[in-house]
Design a protein around this ligand. Sequence first.
Ligand code: GLA
Length: 729
Amino acid sequence: MAVIYDEKNGIFSLHTVNTTYQMKVDGQSYLLHLYYGQKLDAPMDYMLTYFDRGFSGNPYGAGLDRTYSLDALPQEFPVLGTGDYRNVAFKIKEENGCYECDLHYKSHEIQDAKYSIPGLPSAHAKQAQTLRIVLQDERLGIEVTLLYGVLEDCDVIARSVQIRNAGGSRVYLEKVSSACLDFLYGQYDVMTFYGRHAMERNVQRNSVYHGRQCIGSTRGSSSHQYNPFVILAQADAAENMGECYGAAFLYSGNFSAEVERDQYDQIRFVMGLSEDQFSYPLEANEEFYAPEVLLSYSAQGLNRLSDNFHRCVREHVYRGKYKNQVRPVLINSWEACYFDFDGDAIVELAKQAADLGIELVVMDDGWFGHRDDDNSSLGDWTVNEEKLGCSLRELSERVHEQGVQFGIWIEPEMVSEDSDLYRQHPQWALKIPGKAPIRARNQLVLDFSNAEVVRYMFEEISSVLKQGEINYVKWDMNRSLSDIYSEAAITQGKVMYDYVLGVYSLLEQLTSEFPDILWEGCAGGGGRFDMGMLYYTPQIWCSDNTDAVDRVRIQYGTSYGYPLSTMGAHVSAVPNHQTGRIINMDTRGVVAMTGAFGYELDLGKLTDEEKDVVREQVARYHRLAPLIQNGKYYRLNNPFVEEYGAWMVVDEKKEKALLSVVLLNIHGSMPVIYVKPEGLEAAKDYRDTATGKVYSGAALMAYGLPVSLALGDYQSYQILFEAVDEKEE
Ligand code: GLA
């Protein structure tokens, strides 16, 4: 049983294969957090301590006991109003401006299924248990249900919160977090994944200090700047050792992840919706659903923690046809020709693709309205037949005739001022009456908090998708939200959240209406790279930066929370369009291949030798894709601090392993690089399939392997090891 309730002691235990999570309803009917870590089968309430502490108040129910204070006790869902002055998970405001509430245990229920959340993505599982604990504030008539979904196989606990206004009058939700973790003690580091457009998910690691450290997004999307994935690692934890916790937010909008060391050196971590521009009105009998947080714990370091999330995404987040299917190798028109193409150019790209073994051609931005640059036409999803020289149906047929699949780009959440849609419905753009809106990329954001706008967009986009055989769609989002005002909203504090619900509603409708399409998420590259999007789109364009050296680092940072199969990665032309760097074709291939592989350059400009390289790369990827997509991934070093990047993927049976090494810098008399493979079977021997040389698995893992250095910038090495069949020996 994954969920166990010990009635005598009021203790709930959640067990996964390797972990236990425990909490208790105490004598004051508060829900206290007891434990999260290695699997245990013991009540942990003996760890609670009580002292009379100055300026830490006592709830009335504790009578004259001055040692009972929620300012010091570990809690499951701390709220503003109980004398806990640390960072709280929940704030509610009454019409009269009062902020305080007091939640006590009311009831609980254990179910033999994983919960789902109306209107929001959440992890799914054929077999899983859910624990629901209802807390209530009697005075306000507010019921808060804490949801715990136990995904045993990948050591993940999913958490969410539902709030019901069972009182008589409207209240405002001012802060709703989805998960809180209280640690009684410990030296923890917090790892966050920060960045910017075209350089996402750099890695930062700092020790948790006194005060509140906070990352998040107020941009309306999860953002390039901070990814909604955070790790708390014990100070001595490294890739292959030590205790660490990860938290991923399955949500694509504003969020906040906060960690605080308190006055007693206890650590609290809180993750959920951002408080900024959030004040959600909840009328009598209405419910509110907080997005899901996935928590995981590893006693064996960060690689193991990442593997828990990778398996969870592959098994419990992705859905649909491409869940376990190898994705087609694609060629995207963007860096090949930007806005400058016609139908013949796309067919030509398809013809060349077919010749090289590439399976899908994507017509990126520029095929609709009168869009020949990025200043117009968003919102007008009518095919520009004049530019293409044919209809979308004809174009898709001509591409398919080459034996290649066909995909298109869309950006449904946006509107250009120069568009028929904006001229007809100017109030459908987010804009504050009387204030000139902020422009970004010369576009405005459609008000997806308004169901009418979402309905309209569903009709428009589905009509396009019916105009031809379309196998792939890239869903882009190229600016942050601003000017938060919806004419459809009673109060504006709900718009940011409702916007994301609108996006999910359109994604849900379109992905169910067109189940055979492969959807790829994108927001100026990786500006909305999160598990919420991965529920609908099994891959996301990892970054607008296609430079292989930068990509080694971007994909490394991304790998902490997300499997390789989520990361759209393409070989592009040199000098690279984002950095001007010139990197050889082999290395560009090695880096892009450890992702959802494709190309993004003018195939017509390749030399014959380069074409041969592409043919070989595509064929190699076809052989390696099942391993790359489903294997266990190991980071072997940190490319932010060392002058090379090394990583590997090992299949379930430990029979095949792909080692990739990329040199990020070359020097005179360069010291030899030694890499230490991981995840092999110590008792097996492995053959380097290129050289035939055989190595002992134990030796490789104990002492490593020298990487032979060739001169020249950015050399790379990709070695496929295969276990030597015992009979062969
Ligand atoms: C964004 C995407 C690019 C490309 C352009 C098109 O920047 O990230 O890949 O699709 O939009 O305008």
